[in-house]
Design a protein around this ligand. Structure first.
Ligand code: ADP
Length: 173
């Protein structure tokens, strides 16, 4: 498996799946979630609405992942995962963040996808410190079982985030 850190807009990537840092309603929001819904078009929201609710309004618990088509995106699929809100690090945030990456990779393997791109899950409004998030995320990706996508991109929004993830990758591998 090859992990590469890139800087750019995840909605523009030509990969089998892009990962969305969603919230548990899966009905869209700000940040990368809003950008993905805008670029995928209204059918993405319809597909998300059609996913089963586990309790009223709740379609995906923190740390889990769901898959839909990519509709108007270049990507064939969107894998929606819900990152943890940073509460200081002692409330299971690292384990939940690792689960986001692991469960997204598992879904990608089930769908036989060769390439996947992740955003920096939880590093926006959810407030996860980027250096810590990068360390947890890359460890989870490097530990993911064989048979998943051979090409894994982490698409950072801005050069500063890219530099943090590049350094974490060189520390981890
Ligand atoms: P979360 O709620 O999980 O923190 P956000 O969308 O607020 O999700 O932020 C996650 C990361 O995605 C942040 O680093 C943010 O800068 C980044 N981001 C926002 N828009 C895009 C985009 N179009 N492509 C890639 N990354 C993006």
């Amino acid at each position: 498996m090859n992990i590469e850190i890139i800087v750019g807009d995840i909605t523009a990537l030509d990969v089998d799946a892009i990962v969305n840092a969603a919230n548990s309603t899966l009905l869209g929001g700000g940040g990368v979630d809003g950008a993905i819904h805008r670029a995928a078009g209204p059918r993405l929201l319809e597909a998300c609405e059609a996913l089963p609710e586990l309790s009223p309004g709740m379609r995906c618990p923190t740390g889990e992942a769901r898959i839909t088509a990519g509709f108007d995106l270049g990507a064939r699929y969107v894998i929606h995962t819900v990152g943890p809100i940073w509460l200081g690090g002692g409330s299971g945030e690292p384990e939940q963040l690792a689960s986001c990456y692991r469960n997204s990779m598992t879904l990608a393997a089930e769908y036989d996808l060769a390439s996947i791109a992740f955003p920096a899950i939880s590093c926006g409004v959810y407030g996860y410190p980027p250096k810590r998030a990068a360390r947890v995320a890359l460890r989870s990706l490097l530990d993911s079982p064989q048979g998943g996508p051979s090409k894994v991109l982490v698409c950072c929004f801005g050069q500063d985030m890219g530099a943090i993830w590049r350094e974490a990758l060189s520390d981890a591998s």
